[in-house]
Design a protein around this ligand. Structure first.
Ligand code: AMP
Length: 606
């Protein structure tokens, strides 16, 4: 398929991409200045900028002086106007093309991030840098195919008629992805039709089928997040026998009813009894250790994000892959795509992302104890003037210091707090490279769900009310994201005060599990109901005195008695072990919580 010209084209594209990275990182300061002035001049007439008194100024000094540093809640009234159909230039002078639904929670629902058409180009640009960087470290990775499990999710429409959907759904459905240049960097085992199939079973099945029948050509495997990739392997564990029979006969199982998917798969699938026998033999061996290297023997690395909360999946990935390199290529969000990993073979714990200065105008709020960003309930929502002055520009961040990321985007976000905490790990020319430290306040996460402390507290409180008729009450609790089995699930450790525990029937605790799930945000509930990426929530009742022991443990480790607070989420293995050693009984949520496609304020599309 690729002649010399093709390879020449690839080399040219690769050199261009690498030169681009060099240029924008050397000139990071100038690029940032230009980006800000471009954003401000283009949207000079936008109501939001006028309202804040920018008066058409495009310089950094005035911008920093007059513009507030904001969070989603501050923008919600403006965003709601756009969602309800006001097409005037509210945040941005360019027309809002759609809303991207972000998983960071806003009072239990997805956030709606307005975006504009040209942002797709910026996202494409970031993607186009990934393989040129990779090819410097893994020779030959530009040959062969990538087996990537990519999925779309359902869409909704706002009252004003704008589509609302996750950023990746928007990207995969765009011509930037669908009509991407067919070169060796973009050569995936999954045909577009299988990625663009909304039915998650059919999409997963057909992508695995195509991945298996092209197994010899596969050089890299992956998904966006580690959780998605592991779900694919787990799907294979359940369905390999059906997949093998399709490979043996060259036909597609009747459960795959989507005509375009069937047609696309049949273009690839040829009867191959030898391959089917081989896969069957491997999958029916007792152990699934190293299954990835066994079934896809030429795989050089796994391309998945395992930084942040996804690091909990590293041991499982190591097990399935016999410790193939785990490669985290990029750092992005619905608000903006931020940066890439220029050293993709670095260990997950060492991964740093270089923010690409053309993507947005970046500022950094130093994180210190005063604005106590890691997990405090009482963090003030808005910054005072002094704190506003503390914001640092991209090229001025300090090595080793932690910052909260603040962005100003072409799509109409100005000094917007993304909610991520980053640490400066080094520099590429003038552009800093950041370790992803954590998402502010998020305590529990299994897949794309992000549950913060306040939300957990409310959910637990709602549920614990069910104990009152039994003269019992909740005295302490903490939580744990258990990913030892797939799908992972939330575990709550409860210590309760009760006169006679035998009077409480197990169904009461099961109802409590369910009540917590019902109170959690829609992204969690979607994970439980639709994506099936989160298992039933579990409550473990622990012996009286367990939380005192937990405190003793923390004090022994050097915590101060005055400042000790029960952690609302635990991760440290000895603490989890301590809790588990004192469990009296455990209960699971008996059914799925309520969840409907779309958003309660939007009408669903069909
Ligand atoms: P969303 O807007 O729902 O797509 O979520 C974006 C968020 O996902 C970011 O703000 C981060 O908190 C997290 N995220 C994205 N990329 C990475 C990464 N490479 N490592 C760790 N967390 C990430």
């Amino acid at each position: 398929m690729h002649c010399i010209d093709g390879v020449g084209g690839i080399m040219e594209g690769r050199n261009k991409a690498l030169k681009f990275i060099e240029d924008v990182t050397i000139n990071a300061e100038e690029v940032q200045k230009r980006v800000l002035s471009e954003i401000l001049s283009r949207s000079a007439n936008a109501e939001y900028l006028q309202r804040n008194g920018l008066n058409g100024c495009t310089d950094r000094e005035t911008f920093k002086k007059v513009m507030p540093v904001v969070s989603y809640e501050d923008l919600k009234p403006d965003i709601e106007r756009i969602a309800n159909g006001d097409t005037s230039a509210i945040l941005c002078s360019q027309p809002i093309s759609e809303f991207l639904t972000s998983s960071g929670t806003s009072a239990g629902e997805r956030k709606l991030m307005p975006t504009i058409e040209e942002e797709l180009g910026r996202r494409s640009l970031l993607y186009s840098l990934l393989m040129p960087v990779m090819s410097q470290f893994v020779p030959g990775s530009d040959k062969g195919k990538g087996m990537y499990f990519l999925f779309i999710k359902s869409e909704a429409k706002t009252q004003g008629g704008l589509v609302a959907r996750p950023v990746l759904t928007s990207y995969y459905k765009s011509s930037h992805f669908k009509d991407r240049r067919s070169d060796l960097y973009n050569n995936y085992t999954s045909p577009n039709e299988t990625i663009l199939c909304l039915d998650s079973y059919q999409s997963m099945y057909s992508q695995l089928l195509c991945g298996l029948c092209q197994s010899k050509e596969v050089l890299r495997v992956g998904a966006v997040f580690a959780s998605g990739f592991i779900r694919a392997i787990q799907f294979l564990e359940k369905h390999w026998s059906l997949l093998c029979s399709d490979i043996r006969t060259g036909t597609v199982d009747s459960k795959i009813t989507d005509a375009s998917v069937r047609e696309a798969v049949l273009k690839i699938l040829k009867p191959n009894y030898k391959l089917a026998d081989f896969i069957e033999a491997e999958c029916s061996k007792g152990s699934w250790k190293g299954i990835i290297t066994r079934l896809w023997p030429n795989t050089k690395y796994i391309d998945v994000i395992v930084t942040g909360t996804m690091s909990q999946y590293i041991p499982t990935l190591d097990y399935y892959s016999n410790s193939l390199p785990l490669v985290c290529t990029m750092y992005a969000s619905s608000e903006c795509y931020f940066g890439i990993n220029l050293n993709p073979l670095s260990k997950p714990s060492k991964v740093s992302y270089t923010l690409i200065p053309t993507m947005a105008y970046f500022e950094f709020l130093p994180v210190n104890r005063k604005n106590g960003l890691t997990g405090s309930i009482s963090e003030p929502a808005s910054l005072n003037d002094n704190e506003k002055q503390e914001l640092v520009d991209l090229v001025n961040v300090k090595l080793g210091q932690d910052y909260e990321l603040v962005v100003t985007t072409y799509a109409g976000l100005y000094r917007y707090r993304v909610g991520d905490i980053l640490r400066v790990a080094g520099f590429k020319n003038k552009a800093p490279q950041f370790n992803f430290i954590c998402r502010k306040n998020v305590v529990l996460s299994i897949d794309s769900d992000k549950t913060d402390e306040v939300e957990l507290q409310n959910a637990v409180q709602n549920a614990a009310n069910q104990l009152l008729p039994f003269e019992a009450s909740l005295t302490e609790y903490t939580s744990y994201a258990d990913t030892s089995s797939i799908p992972g699930h939330y575990v709550l450790y409860w210590e309760i005060k009760v006169n006679d525990a035998t009077l409480i029937p197990p169904s009461v605790f099961e109802d409590c599990c369910f009540a917590v799930e019902e109170s959690l945000n829609s992204v969690y509930r979607q994970g439980r109901v639709w994506d099936k990426s989160i298992g039933p929530l579990e409550i473990k009742i622990v012996e009286n005195g367990t939380f005192d022991k937990l405190m003793d443990f923390a004090l022994n480790q050097g915590a101060s008695i005055n400042q000790y607070k029960t952690p609302r989420c635990v991760k440290y293995v000895p603490i989890v072990e301590l809790l588990n050693s004192r469990v009296i009984s455990s209960y699971f949520s008996p059914k799925c919580p309520r969840w409907t496609q779309g958003h309660k304020q939007w009408s669903t599309q069909n």
